[in-house]
Design a protein around this ligand. Structure first.
Ligand SMILES: NC(=O)c1ccc[n+]([C@@H]2O[C@H](COP(=O)([O-])OP(=O)(O)OC[C@H]3O[C@@H](n4cnc5c(N)ncnc54)[C@H](OP(=O)(O)O)[C@@H]3O)[C@@H](O)[C@H]2O)c1
Length: 323
């Protein structure tokens, strides 16, 4: 590895990578890191909007090419855009409808364009190691995985554990400091920056062809995180709320299938409680015992991860500003 003119060059030869959802949380950090590693990146977006304009400008400033396609369902037009690329990554806002309606035409286009590797919209709970029936979003992701495995394309699944923003206590994405299910169940959690860095390396790495990659650096439980928060902000009058395992179990089957009630949520309530069930009741956010899953700690032992304690001590992380 080496640095050349400020741009970090990896040992892996330059790849041509398409990122669907490049203006999103995962897509943005992933695209930035891919460029930093010297890869060529094409960002696919539906259109320029007030929400994504700044991010599209930032991507362009990094040298990312842009392709706009409203609807993302025209397979021929998608295939023409993907032609000549090595890797297609999907990091779209995931809900059941989008996984079922948008990922199949993207996969079809990738096959038609003879792309080498496909990286489906995962980036969360280790769905490959889960049984069907745990949650509606995971079932949709698993059904799509089966299509990817049967497509004849090389694939990589990236499972980063939980993003700090959703898994560490904070008041930016939650109205109160909220805990869920089993406070002792262990899970890995990482900053968005680290998720971008490791994902960029994993999706272009020859060792990860037809493998899942599990990030597993910061392994914590909610009780430790609560203690960490109170240590950092001993005088702040936090309000707390606990969502019990019984409530999660009920809402994963009977929660509103359309309403999004969480402050920082993008998934409807029923889907969100399916996610909570897997992560905080079953303790299955991550899996290292799935055959074919590689541990990112072994693949990239040089990477230094941001720690949960650092985020919890940062007022911008916990409050969005100085309290
Ligand atoms: N591990 C974790 O803790 C964690 C947390 C959150 C998400 N995730 C997972 O990470 C993956 C990516 O999620 P994300 O949060 O990065 O996505 P996101 O930021 O919510 O959205 C990514 C992009 O998807 C496009 N998009 C939004 N709504 C759409 C729609 N209705 N139809 C088509 N495209 C739409 C937008 O791009 P344009 O406007 O440019 O088209 C958006 O910038 C998902 O699989 C999600 O489940 C994991």
């Amino acid at each position: 590895m080496g640095d050349k003119g400020g741009e970090f060059m990896s040992d892996i030869p330059c790849k041509r990578v398409v990122v669907f959802g490049a203006t999103g949380q995962v897509g943005m950090v992933l695209s930035r890191e891919l460029k930093r590693l010297g890869h060529e990146v094409l960002a696919v977006s539906r259109s320029i909007t007030a929400d994504n304009r700044n991010r599209l400008e930032a991507l362009e400033a990094l040298g990312v090419q842009l392709h706009f396609q409203p609807g993302l369902k025209d397979v021929d037009r998608l295939a023409a855009a993907l032609s000549g690329y090595d890797v297609v990554v999907v990091a779209l806002r995931a809900n059941v409808r989008l996984v079922e309606e948008l990922e199949p035409p993207i996969l079809e286009a990738a096959v038609a364009a003879k792309v080498r590797r496909f990286v489906p919209d995962e980036f969360g709970t280790h769905t490959k190691a889960l049984d069907y029936g745990v949650g509606t979003l995971f079932d949709a992701k698993k059904r799509f995985q089966e299509r990817v495995f049967a497509s004849g394309l090389e694939w990589t699944l990236v499972f980063p554990g939980g993003m700090f923003d959703y898994f560490l206590p904070n008041l930016r994405l939650f109205e109160k400091i909220t805990t869920f299910g089993d406070l002792h169940c262990l899970f890995p959690t990482h900053s968005l920056h680290d998720i971008g860095v490791i994902s960029a390396r994993a999706i272009t790495d020859p060792r990860t062809a037809n493998r899942a990659v599990q990030m597993y650096a910061n392994v914590v439980n909610q009780e430790q995180l609560m203690s960490g928060l109170k240590r950092c902000w001993p005088d702040y009058p936090f309000e707390f709320e606990h969502i019990s395992s019984e409530t999660i179990l009920y809402l994963k089957d009977h929660g509103d299938p359309d309403r999004i009630s969480a402050k920082g949520g993008v998934e409807p309530d029923r889907e969100r409680h399916g996610i909570n069930y897997a992560n905080y009741v079953l303790g299955r956010l991550a899996s290292l015992d799935d055959p074919g899953t590689l541990n990112a700690n072994d693949l990239y032992p040089d990477h230094v991860y941001q720690k949960p304690e650092q985020a919890l001590a940062d007022p911008r992380f916990v409050f969005g500003k100085t309290p």
